[in-house]
Design a protein around this ligand. Structure first.
Ligand code: CMC
Length: 392
């Protein structure tokens, strides 16, 4: 196999250069295009941050207005695309519904198939940002048997998403500005995280010159897994099992440390952060204020904080540098807002979308990009002769 180095899981292999997101895992630092995540969380909006990630600079007022207007023009789904939702079983998980619908965008927009046509890339970018919240809301509506609502383009992206998710026809839906702000903040915090599993997937698929929709659809599927985006759902299920007294906090932590049945403290640990995940620190604060407002999930929050307290003082976690990650507190917030557990990873996908797009565009615009094609270390049989079926 020649000069090949084995690095399963790519723990020490950079697959690309990138100017988008900087992480210092030892110090717990995260920056998008140089701007600290704490400043963006406090002062930016999700669409402004999306612009920053995709185009590299903070927009001027007119640039931002233009960007928001263009997105607003594309929030509706083609009526035929709506038909897709009827084809899935009622109890389908919304993540595969989401990735299927995004994959299908390539069939509705055939002006998306040339990744080297900047106009096609630009309109596909806008369509994705505009339509993913609509697709996500419809996946949810389908699962509870309620009619789809058309987007109301007088509303902002997040307001629209909340209305299409929780509203019903012919009834006013009061969008709570505090909830809108909290969702917007959570989306900012999820917007990019350099070469994580789903983003690497988007780049790898795109490196074959597959279009943006196909690549992002693959990224959504990668995000579905419980070790990645699916962790926010897994965290809540874990907290609920402890709440229902299936086992106590201490019993649970013992299972984790004994690695019984591969049980992990979900929402803890990270490949890159060997310190407190800066996103988790911001989210923990938000969890308190939102739960105060919505008045739900206090007991689960207490369980989560107890688990964190035990873990941060326990040798097992200290030695391995395991800290809460972005997923540890998000589920509690989503639940208190009324989202069912199955929608948590969908919310992660809505947030990560601008990052996937920015990384795909950076990859396709880089003339040095080659098709992603890892090598392997072969461990199978040496050459042997075929044995006829009758002789085996
Ligand atoms: N609970 C208990 N032990 C853990 C945990 C955990 N959550 N995470 C890692 N460890 C242990 C692991 O067993 C191993 O121990 P040992 O050295 O004795 O074999 C050591 O810590 C190193 O773990 P690893 O699996 O080699 O680390 P990794 O970099 O391959 O995995 C991870 C990173 C995030 C997949 C892992 O920490 C994990 O499974 N965490 C729980 C799932 C989770 O919260 N995922 C969300 C990640 S952040 C957002 C996202 O990407 O979606």
């Amino acid at each position: 196999t020649g000069n090949v180095t084995l690095d399963g899981g790519f723990t020490n292999t950079a697959s690309c250069t990138s100017a988008i997101t900087y992480i210092d895992g030892d110090e717990g630092i995260l920056r998008y295009r140089g701007y600290p995540i704490e400043q963006l969380a406090k002062q930016s909006t999700f669409l402004e941050t999306s612009y920053l990630l995709i185009y590299g600079t903070l927009p001027t007022t007119s640039e931002l207005e233009d960007f928001e207007d263009r997105i607003r023009d594309h929030t509706m789904l083609h009526e035929d695309l709506k038909g897709f939702f009827g084809g899935f079983p009622r109890d389908a998980h919304p993540m595969p519904v989401l990735s299927s619908a995004v994959s299908a965008l390539s069939t509705f927009y055939q002006d998306s198939l040339d990744p080297f046509d900047p106009d096609q890339v630009e309109i596909s970018t806008i369509r994705l940002l505009a339509k993913l919240p609509t697709i996500a809301a419809y996946a949810y509506k389908k699962s509870i048997g309620q009619p789809f609502l058309y987007p109301d383009n007088r509303l902002s992206l997040v307001e629209n998403f909340l209305r299409m998710t929780f509203g019903v026809p012919a009834t006013d839906y009061e969008v709570d500005p505090d909830i809108v702000k909290a969702v917007d903040l959570l989306l900012i915090l999820h917007a990019d995280h350099e070469q994580n599993c789903s983003t690497s997937t988007v780049r790898l698929v795109g490196s074959s010159h597959a279009n943006l929709f196909a690549s992002v659809s693959a990224g959504i599927n990668a995000l579905f897994g419980p070790l990645h985006g699916g962790a926010n759902q897994a965290v809540l299920e874990m907290l609920e099992r402890i709440q229902s007294a299936e086992y106590s906090t201490d019993e649970f932590m013992k299972k984790v440390k004994d690695k019984e049945d591969g049980v992990r403290l979900m929402g803890f640990g990270h490949r890159v952060y060997k310190n407190y995940d800066p996103r988790a620190a911001i989210i923990k604060d938000t969890a308190h204020s939102i739960l105060e407002k919505t008045g739900g999930g206090d007991e689960l929050l207490e369980i989560a904080m107890r688990l964190e307290e035990i873990a941060l003082a326990d040798d097992y976690f200290v030695e391995r540098k395991l800290y809460p990650n972005v997923d540890f507190y998000t589920g509690l917030i989503y639940k208190s807002m009324g989202f069912p557990t199955r929608m948590f990873t969908v919310l992660f996908a809505l947030g990560r979308l601008p990052g996937w797009i920015a990384q795909w565009r950076e990859m396709i615009e880089d003339p040095t990009t080659k098709i992603g094609r890892p090598r392997q270390v072969y461990t199978g049989e040496g050459e042997r002769d075929y044995v006829a079926l009758t002789d085996r």
